[in-house]
Structures are given as structure tokens and as C-alpha cells.
Design a protein around this ligand. Sequence first.
Ligand SMILES: [Zn+2]
Length: 445
Amino acid sequence: MQIAVIDQNRKPLAPTSEVRARLLLKKGKAAVFRRVPFTIILKRVVEEVQVPELRLKLDPGSRRTGVALVNQGSGQVVFAAEIEHRGEAIKQALDGRRAIRRSRRTRKTRYRKARFLNRRRPEGWLPPSLTSRISNIETWVKRLTRYYPIAGISMELVKFDTQLLENPEISGIEYQQGELAGYEVREYLLEKWGRKCAYCSKTDIPLQIEHIIPRSRGGSNRISNLTLACEGCNQEKGTRTAAEFGFPELEQQGKAPLKDAAAMNATRWALWERLKGFGLPVETGSGGLTKYNRTRRELPKAHWIDAACVGKSTPAQVIRDGIIPWEIKATGHNSRQMCRMDRYGFPRTAAKGPRTVRGFRTGDLVRAKVTSGKKVGCYEGRVAVRSSGSFNVTTGAGTIQGIIYRYCLVIQRADGYRVNRAGARSQNSSPTKLAKMLAMVGVSF
Ligand SMILES: [Zn+2]
């Protein structure tokens, strides 16, 4: 992965290799500015900036979003990450709160007043769980544009391109050859038939495109005559029609077109609107195109690789050697709940302690150099503050309890995200190049 470089005025410069960054740090020409995305700051101002064309590419998903920063000239992936959203956690928290409030209202205890029909939803309202996904992505786009000279954004807006499906003549050469069309058709069918075999309803198995009325019996290649089946069902059905095979309802179902809305979900649409606000050109692509791009380039499936393949601007070659994506998990900032309660809704714990203790907050990345006592050593990780001033520090190896605040130094403030290198746990024995480099300049990772 390449390392972001900013100059003294915090202007993003061309990202550099780990080797060069190490040299700059060693010679004292630069300092570590930020951990993720790893950024170094030069100790001088750079007047004339020559930057490569970098494109930030996003593959938004409901649980995870793939992020890739691609050098358009060389096809090199410069930065890769997968953001894990907390939509599910938000939904659970709100459901829990709702249940507790309802319970308190009906029991006429304490101060929870009756709720009237006084709620109004503004235009374009999205549930909090979805809003959080959009905000997560927006935050990271904002961060990356701050440290990398990004020239444009690509995002996957729709699962399949309805326009291409309806009007096969309208676009480029790949489409005329029909290969890309095949991918769009496949994505369309997956969406329409719920990603399962239409006959036995099995999921997570390879699905084949299947003719409801077989070709041999005069069935057409039109999309209304296509469905998805597993290999077993496809073989078994043979030259029978779906009705003869015992599924008469499939013919009707096949004729009903899938509405445009199914291809375009509200979250992605809202995200697109937000991304336009960055003032960079935003390119959109379909899921079919992403898959086509990825397959053509013989790349494996991963969220960040999908992201690198979004849109027509994808370079002919996507170089991903040595890229280990960052795993970014949205953790939220704090809980608004003042204290925990028992099953009857009465306070169970004391009111929560202060958020900031001796200048530290839970979630800050700290380095603790313990010089005396039983826990002598250097620990680096996420801190959990206690109002007593005796903190817990969670490192890659485990949690060390009872570290006095005086030994701690903040490396990076908590920002609502927990970041790991993918597969870091299994690679603990062999430190990455980046970790070695940081160790050289006195920073452990
Ligand atoms: Zn089947």
C-alpha cells in the first residue's frame, strides 16, 4: 500500500512508497501525521505539485462497504479498506429503547409521558441505521480527500443497468458483443428471483440461468422467460416447461417486470447525492459492470476489489500486489443512555462516569510506556478510561488492565472507528513492512 504525504500546509501530495516514506522519516524530513490512513507530513512547503490521477472507488453494501483508491494511470491500488457498518447495532438499540419506553408508559411509572401522533418525517427521511451507513462512507471519503489528491469518485449506484437491459443497442462495444449484457442480465435475475433457486429455493449455491419454457419448446431468450436454478433442478427439469415441472406460477412471475426501484435502493441514492457535495466528478456504475470488470481482470471476490472495479473508468489492469486492506469498524461515539436498567426499567447502575478522564477518552489510540511495577513494558492500543485514572489498554495481544494515565500518550484520538489490518491476527508472528518501518522510527504499530 502507498503512503499518503501532505506538505507543511497540509496540501495532499502524490502518495509514496513505504521505502521512501521510511527514508523521509529516518532523515527527519517528515513526521507521522496520522495512523489510518497512514499519513506523513513533510517539514517543508511544496510549491509545484505533480500528482497522479487518483480515483476513489466505492462499493456500498448493507453490512460492509468496499473502498479502493486507484491510480488511473498505472492501475495501482493505492489504498484499500472495508468499512463495517453498525446499522444492525443501531436498529437493535432503538428497538430496545422503544420496548422499554412502551413498557414504562403502560405501567404508568416514572416520567415517561404518553406519546401522541406528533411525529413527522421530513422529505427524504431514512431510518437511522441507513443514515449511519451513509455518514460512515461520507466520513471516510472526507478523510481520504484530505490526505490524497483525489480527482474523482466512482460508486456503484445500481445492481443492474435497466437502460442497458431494455435497449441493448445503445452502448459500447462490449455491450454489442453481449458479454456485459450477460452480466447485467444475471444481476437482474438474481435480484428478481431473490438470489435462490426458483424451484428448490436453495441459496448460496451456484445458480444457472434457466428458461422457464425451454428453447427446444419454442421459449424465447427474453428476460421474462428466464429464471435461476441450481444445477440439480436444471437437469431434472430437462425439456419440460416450468408448469409441467410443477411450478405453474413461475410463468406469471417471470412476466411481471422488476420495478426500477429494486435496482436503485434509497441508501445508495442518498449516498450519491452526498458524494456530489464534495465537488468532485462522481461516476456511477452498475453491479453487473463491476462483476464484468472483475471477471475480465481475473480478480478474486472481495469488497475492496469490487470497489476497485466499479465504473467504466476502471483501468485495463488493476494491480493489487501486496495490498492488505484496512478493516474499519464503525463503533459509534458514545452511548446516550445515562445508566443501565433492570428488566423493570429501574436504574441498575450508577450514572455513567465522565467521558474524558485526565485528557483521555475511551477509544483513543495510546502508547503506554510503563516504567515501574508489575506491568513494565511498552503497550500500544485502544484505551478504555476509568474515572480512577487506572486505564485498560487493548493491544493486538490482549487487554492489559490497570495502567496509570501518567504512562499513557495519545497517538490518535478516538474517532468512532476501530481499525485493523485484515488478517492481522494471523500475521502477528511476521510483522508487516509498515510495522517494521514504524519500529525503526520509534513507533510501534
Ligand atoms: Zn434447485
